[in-house]
Design a binder for this molecule. Structure first.
Ligand code: 26M
Length: 799
């Protein structure tokens, strides 16, 4: 958009005074942020409204992305960037005597997602709007996001995240869009008409946040639902204290689990709550514009992000049957054609199943419909596929509802999130389904927002790239490949190295302030940032660090490539192994960082409270991107793409999207190590891996593992033992010891290469140049053209 700096400054001062009846300079940074956010939102408000109306008027197909998590990151800078006014805002603030960094720091980050799944949803929102697709989010407005992590004596402590304390400048409460969601009670059919008795009603109130596309291509909506007591109950004095509490609870907090499933009633309530609100809203707008429900799948697409929103399928059936009075067959065909499902994990412990009696009690009408889906599924498919296939794929089995089965059966498309992952789904985890309906199965490799992770997070690199190859890559990321022409250009390579160094300095400053550690910025910055999970193998990096520590103790004079190991990770509060790994990392860090033999050579930093905002500080400073999950376990990973985009070299197994990174850059531009997926399968099939034998026969491994329990590192008696038991007593489920030597070797190769700065920088540039295909823009285009069958609008040129 076009606005002069003077106009902006004037608007900002007025907006501030309007809001706080005081002057801008005297405000707190939180107030300054809130007024600035509100002002920017007001700049897009009319356009946002126009775009909503245009969508309706033009009858364009709309896509609704249902996700129980979003992880948008801070809004201010990204939105200003997409509105093309980031410079004006920054300079304007400076001229007004304000500290722009302080203002952006005051923005509370909406941590309403756990990790990859939520962040992916938000990258897709950004890409959708940037490309002009009518792609809208549907989710939950948790009053408390993912816990804040504090490290106390090396342990993770969890504190509540009250991100809405100072309100959210970007959201608009739209009470007129409220809908009623019914829980519990009795339901019986009067003919074909369901009669509800004694239901417990909750109002879902919409909070809309604008999703602002790059160059204002369009403005879409992320709608988050909040639960409230129905106003009628309140006015008639019918709501008890218990009722208030029960309703508030529904959208009170985000479950802090990632890749693990627990059958908690409240979680099921959350799932039905936001799904029902979303589907009802879609259907209401249909009614308003008198579109026949039979045209539903031509006018909208519903995306089910993991199984959590799978109740969208029976909820849509409910409305088509009970309210639109369609026949079952009509309703079912429409539902399948409308819904599509993405799977994000192959871990058994993450598979969502619900006890049928629980579902039946909480949402009786929905349960009736699910039973009927199940009954017809068996009836129709048994004659064609035989009993065995049908029994293993039906949604209800042994009194449990299998959410993935429901999602697959009720969708026309099922996709994995990286090539290898999709292959595992169709050949292994979901093989029975893919045998029956192969046409549903497809791959959509994940993508990331290069606007957030490069343009905004690393503006110096953005400048450098544009200096070399012009601006086309900003909207056409594949053309970053042109950068390859500069791989031997010493002046470009040295600029690239300077930028990396500046970013390392920035991170080092943060580490100094927050950890009290002065890290050596000439050392390799080796970064492992992701949720803590055994399959992601943070403990393998820990073993590697201990190995290096012993090496330094044994050879204090050796020529050692200095390295700073940087960790960021939250553990689910009930996940004992993960929490113990955090404690041990912190205690090993304590010993190493205080050992004079390690000074400026080996340093270990655990960054507290890692999340979307800190990621934008850490990623531009990364030189080695650690992607070390056991092959076959990480569905895709997206941090791998973000660090590659910022010039880090990947240290990785052939897992998830690492496989694709490898195919783009080749073995010589990353460090591949570890078992291949087929090898892991073979060991598992034959049960032929014995970690204890390996440990006993390998002195190096034994020494490192023993250090967890022999007092080498103080204060880890219990936690060190947990890891020891996992590795030795419980046979090292994720093959960390098996991959140990291969990992150490790859790490040695990296250390050696780093000594040759020119070579390293060249490889760094090659990584950046090849990262274009991982743009979320391409991923969204593939979803749109192959799954949603949705078109972007013709791009406007008048802004
Ligand atoms: C389940 C039940 C109760 C509470 C929480 C959950 C739950 C929440 C999030 C389970 C799984 C959740 O996320 C899984 C996830 O984040 N998967 C990651 O998705 C990314 C995007 O596709 C991939 O890049 C990662 O490889 C994958 O681990």
């Amino acid at each position: 958009m076009n606005i002069s700096k003077e106009q902006f400054k004037d608007d900002y001062q007025k907006a501030f005074t309007n809001m706080y009846a005081s002057t801008l300079e005297g405000g707190s940074s939180t107030q300054q942020y809130t007024a600035l956010g509100t002002l920017l939102r007001s700049y897009v408000a009319e356009y946002w409204r126009d775009e909503r109306e245009r969508y309706i008027k033009e009858g364009q197909k709309q896509v609704f992305y249902f996700s129980i998590e979003f992880l948008p990151g801070k809004f201010l800078e990204n939105n200003a960037n997409n509105m093309d006014i980031l410079d004006i805002v920054e300079e304007g603030c400076k001229e007004l005597g304000l500290d722009f960094d302080e203002i952006t720091a005051a923005e509370a980050e909406p941590a309403i997602g756990n990790g990859g799944l939520g962040r992916l949803a938000s990258c897709y929102m950004d890409a959708g709007a940037s490309l002009g697709y009518p792609l809208h989010g549907n989710g939950i407005r948790y009053r408390h996001g993912l816990f804040r992590q504090k490290i106390v004596d090396g342990y993770q402590a969890e504190l509540p995240d009250n991100w809405l304390r100072h309100r959210n400048a970007w959201e608009v409460r739209d009470h007129k869009s409220s809908v009623l969601v019914r829980f519990g009670g009795n339901v019986y059919l009067d003919g074909f008409h369901p009669v509800y008795e004694d239901t417990d009603d909750v109002v879902a109130v919409a909070y809309d946040i604008p999703m602002i596309g790059y160059h204002l291509s369009t403005v879409n909506t992320m709608r988050l639902w909040s639960a409230e007591v129905p106003p009628e109950e309140e006015e008639e004095g019918l709501a008890s204290k218990e009722k208030y509490e029960a309703v508030d609870e529904i959208t009170e907090f985000l479950y802090p689990d990632d890749s693990s499933y627990e059958g908690k009633l409240l979680r099921l309530k959350q799932e039905y709550f936001f799904v029902s609100a979303g589907i009802q809203t879609i259907m209401k707008s249909f009614k308003r514009y008198q579109i026949s429900p039979k045209d539903l799948s031509e006018k909208i697409a519903i995306h089910i992000n993991d199984t959590h929103p799978a109740l969208a399928i029976p909820e849509l059936m409910r409305i088509l049957l009970d309210e639109e009075k369609l026949t079952w067959d009509q309703a079912w065909e429409i539902t399948i054609n409308t819904c599509a499902y993405t799977n994000h994990t192959v871990l058994r412990e993450a598979m969502e199943t619900w006890r049928c009696d629980m579902v039946k009690k909480l949402i009786p009408r929905i349960y009736m419909i699910i039973e009927e889906i199940d009954r017809r599924y068996v009836e129709q498919n048994k004659p064609i596929y035989g009993d065995e296939l049908v029994q293993s794929t039906r949604p209800i089995q042994d009194d449990y509802l299998h959410m993935a089965h429901l999602a697959i059966i009720g969708s026309h498309s099922v996709n994995g999130v990286a090539g290898l992952h999709s292959k595992i789904l169709s050949e292994d985890v979901l093989r029975d389904f893919s045998e029956m309906t192969p046409h549903k199965f497809n791959n959509k490799t994940n993508g990331i927002s290069q606007r957030r992770y490069l343009h905004v997070a690393n503006p110096e690199l953005r400048e450098l790239i544009s200096e070399c190859i012009g601006e086309d890559w900003l909207t056409n990321p594949a053309s970053m490949k042109v950068l390859l022409a500069y791989q031997n250009d010493q002046s470009v390579l040295s600029k690239l190295a300077d930028i990396k160094h500046q970013n390392k300095e920035k991170l080092a400053q943060y580490i100094k302030e927050n950890n009290g550690i002065e890290v050596n910025t000439d050392a390799i910055f080796d970064v492992l940032i992701k949720r803590l999970h055994a399959y992601k193998r943070q403990h393998l990096q820990l073993l590697h660090i201990i190995h290096l520590y012993f090496y330094l103790k044994d050879n204090p004079q050796a020529d050692f490539q200095p390295r700073v190991f940087i960790f960021g990770a939250k553990a689910a509060p009930s996940y004992v192994f993960a929490k113990d790994v955090i404690k041990v990392i912190n205690e090993v860090a304590e010993t190493i960082n205080n050992d004079p033999d390690c000074k400026d050579k080996l340093q270990v930093v655990f960054i507290e409270n890692y999340g979307a905002a800190l990621a934008e500080l850490i990623i531009p400073a990364a030189e080695i991107s650690e992607q070390i999950s056991l092959a076959g376990k990480e569905a895709s990973g997206t941090g791998n793409m973000k660090m590659m985009l910022n010039g880090a070299l990947t240290m990785g197994t052939l897992d998830g999207a690492n496989v694709e990174i490898n195919s783009f850059v080749g073995d010589e531009n990353m460090f591949v190590f570890g078992l291949r997926k087929e090898e892991v399968d073979r060991y598992n099939e034959r049960a032929s891996y014995n970690s204890k034998d390996l440990y006993k026969s390998d002195a190096k491994i034994k020494r490192v593992v023993d250090s967890l329990v022999d007092g080498t590192f103080p204060r880890i008696q219990i936690e060190g033992q947990t890891i020891y038991d996992h590795l030795i007593t419980h046979n090292d489920e994720y093959y960390a010891l098996k991959d140990f030597h291969s990992f150490v070797e790859a790490q040695e190769k990296a250390a050696k290469l780093y000594k040759n700065k020119d070579e390293w920088n060249k490889k760094s540039l090659i990584n950046i140049a090849n990262s274009g295909p991982f743009s979320a823009d391409y991923a969204v285009q593939r979803y749109a053209s192959e799954i949603w069958i949705a078109q972007p609008k013709a791009m406007r040129t008048d802004k």
